[in-house]
Design a protein around this ligand. Structure first.
Ligand SMILES: [Fe+2]
Length: 401
């Protein structure tokens, strides 16, 4: 790491953590000046009864609530526009997102449009175009994975272009994140596995990319350690303590990658999801070890450290920290929590390779990947992930940096 460079660490979200903290939602909105909140969520959250505490809290603080519960996975521009219409017709002046990454991303997009006008496509790749602060904005996550409750990114799908737009601005960072582990207890095991592996991918890509910085490092490596300790028991039985630690890990990983972005796992996984519909966390988890193999010559010592963090004091790792051991540790965790081993198993075929790789090359995460990458090399990584082929089994000499 080059400490003669300049770094910015920006993590302005006020984080409330703990059992029962959802009861503070209304108070937090009111403290920001909100009196009428659009509550952005999805049917799953409503059906699980997770909205009830939020609504009661808003009412107790004299904040009126207009619910918009039609957010779908990989939310579209049309959903953003419908939610904005609900915000305007409800006379709202604040936004509360309740759910996973999708409701939080829609809430960010609504906030951008409510304060800055125009269409959401106007802001893709143009952070400076978001000139005005968003309305008071509080996030209440109900999955532990995306970290969106503390990040400056929203991902919205443009269905006409088969394209997941990334809209980034420091103004999008939520003002308050309320992380109540009680809200995670109804997550099914498959969702815990997918979102937990998404959080791991955030931490690993942030910890290994070319823009690594000391402050993000601390969040990333601790998130990796927590996920190594707690993802398996969380998936096994929804253990309360394990879920609480996973919630911490997901938010920490979000704070980490907010500083320096990600890498080619996310560059590839977004078009994979657009083309075959694989859930974001599953696509990332499948791709992660194949990308780590490709990246190992650019981030070998850090991948070795990831292995140590994931496996703790496991004697095998203590004796032999190496990039291969790091990759194996990721593969073992993924397998244990039920993630498929190949993209072939989720429907990606040779016919998709060129289009997915071409879209991946448009990602801002390409530039900072720890190893320079061409479209041809991306295609090869995708083929390895389709077929379960390991890129290179030769020893990788450990490097400093
Ligand atoms: Fe992600």
């Amino acid at each position: 790491m080059d400490l003669t460079r300049q770094y910015v660490f920006h993590a302005p979200t006020r984080v409330l953590f703990g059992s029962g903290s959802v009861q503070a939602t209304g108070r937090e909105v009111a403290a920001l000046g909100g009196t009428a909140a659009l509550v952005v969520t999805d049917r799953g959250v409503v059906n699980a009864g997770l909205l009830d505490g939020v609504k009661a809290s808003l009412a107790a603080a004299d904040v009126s609530a207009t619910a918009f519960d039609a957010v779908e996975p990989n939310p579209s521009i049309g959903t953003v526009n419908a939610a904005l219409a609900a915000y305007q017709s409800g006379g709202c002046n604040a936004i509360v997102a309740v759910g996973g990454g999708s409701p939080m991303d829609v809430a960010k997009a609504v906030g951008i449009l409510a304060s800055n006008g125009g269409a959401i496509t106007d802001y893709e790749g143009k952070p400076d175009a978001i000139r005005n602060d968003l309305p008071p904005f509080v996030c209440v996550p109900t999955t532990c994975g995306t970290g969106s409750e503390v990040t400056p990114f929203a991902v919205i799908t443009d269905q006409d272009r088969h394209w997941k737009m990334s809209i980034a601005s420091p103004r999008e960072v939520p003002r308050v994140a309320i992380i109540d582990p009680d809200l995670f207890l109804k997550m099914p095991a498959s969702l815990i596995a997918a979102t937990g592996m998404d959080a791991l991918t955030h931490a690993i890509e942030s910890y290994t990319n070319q823009d690594v910085q000391p402050f993000a490092d601390a969040f990333d490596i601790h998130a990796i350690r927590l996920i190594g300790n707690y993802l398996r028991p969380a998936v096994a039985n929804g253990n309360r303590e394990a879920m609480a630690h996973m919630a911490v890990a997901a938010t920490m990983a979000g704070m980490g990658f907010s500083q320096n972005r990600l890498g080619i796992v996310h560059a590839i996984s977004h078009p994979v999801t657009s083309y075959v519909g694989t859930p974001h966390g599953v696509a990332n988890a499948i791709l992660l070890p194949y990308v780590m193999e490709f990246n190992a010559i650019g981030a070998g010592s850090r991948i070795a450290e990831i292995g140590k963090a994931l496996t703790g004091d496991h004697p095998q790792m203590a004796w032999n920290p190496s990039p291969q051991a790091g990759i194996q540790a990721v593969r073992a965790l993924s397998r244990d929590v039920g993630i498929p081993e190949t993209l072939g198993e989720v429907g990606v075929t040779e016919e998709h390779v060129a289009a997915i790789a071409a879209d991946a090359m448009k990602s801002g995460n390409i530039r900072i990947n720890p190893r320079r990458v061409t479209q041809h090399e991306i295609e090869q990584v995708i083929r390895n992930a389709i077929n379960g082929a390991h890129a290179d089994q030769r020893p990788i000499r450990q490097v400093n940096g």
